[in-house]
Write a protein that binds this ligand. Structure first.
Ligand code: IPE
Ligand code: IPE
Ligand code: MG
Length: 255
């Protein structure tokens, strides 16, 4: 299968991709706590080093010509953690946006946030809005930050929105199709992830992009997130490029 055929997935990116690079890579950044525990450090230190790994991943994604990079930063279920850790994670997001927004903008990166924003503190909501507004016309990499994100919660919100349109008489239930649902998700306009990478050795999806990963390739790597570097990222892309995606069709390799 040629690289071109590989990219003509049902939901392709609208802009050209770097040679051999998937259009959209989504990462479940896991293992910050274990990285810290291994070194006798507090979990916070793992999260802090995890932010540096995000900066590296953004740079590598840009170098590889990836169009969309989604990072799972805080799940809808992460509220179950101790209040101090939740507050640390909120603080790190704030610091990341405050400190990095100007650089991201200067690098022509467009920032999109997915997840339930209403439940967040007002100052965080403002920062997230500002990040999206400032960078909305940028044409380089789109960095999608999944924050207070849950795939099931996102689908529930989409269903509510469609139900309201049906109730208002502006949507015919018989006209609802895959594209209608996609248009009601937080990820509207973003192509489905071609590749999902999860670090730390866990092999599960943890409520990430439930709808969007229907035909994604998955790569699970043992590395803890703070150690994720350029070489690890490139090795994952190489593995992705050896895969054959069929989307329900027949193998073109077998002929
Ligand atoms: C990922 O690392 C960061 C978040 C989930 C916010 P973890 O904090 O889950 O680290 P482990 O899985 O406990 O090692
Ligand atoms: C998934 O990691 C969420 C993020 C990486 C933000 P978790 O560490 O929360 O997932 P589980 O609980 O091990 O499934
Ligand atoms: Mg974890």
């Amino acid at each position: 299968m040629s690289g071109e055929a590989k990219r003509s997935a049902p939901n392709p990116a609208r802009e050209p991709t770097g040679e051999g690079a998937p259009a959209h890579v989504a990462i479940i950044m896991d293992g910050n706590g274990r990285w810290a525990a291994q070194r006798g450090l507090p979990r916070f230190e793992g999260h802090r080093r995890g932010v540096e790994a995000i900066r590296r991943a953004v740079r590598t994604a840009g170098d590889l010509g990836i169009r969309y990079l989604t990072v799972y930063s805080f799940s809808a279920e992460n509220w179950r953690r101790p209040a101090q850790e939740v507050s640390d994670l909120m603080g790190l997001l704030k610091r990341f946006v405050r400190h990095d927004l100007a650089d991201l903008h200067a690098s022509n990166i467009r920032v999109r946030i997915i997840g339930e924003r209403e439940a967040l503190a007002a100052d965080i909501r403002l920062l997230l809005d500002e990040a999206e507004q400032l960078t909305r016309a940028n044409t380089g990499l789109t960095l999608v930050i999944a924050f207070n994100y849950g795939g099931r919660q996102e689908i529930v919100q989409a269903m509510r929105s469609l139900a309201r349109q049906v109730q208002a008489g502006t949507l015919d239930p018989a006209a609802i199709d895959v594209a209608t649902v996609e248009g009601a998700l937080d990820t509207h306009g973003i192509p489905d992830p071609d590749l999902v990478i999860r670090t730390s050795g866990e092999q599960r999806i943890s409520n990430f992009l439930t709808w969007q990963t229907a035909y994604s390739e998955f790569i699970f790597i043992p590395t803890y997130w703070p150690d994720f570097d350029d070489a690890t990222f490139r090795a994952a892309i190489e593995e992705y490029n050896r895969r054959e995606r069929r989307f329900g069709g027949l193998s073109v390799r077998a002929g």
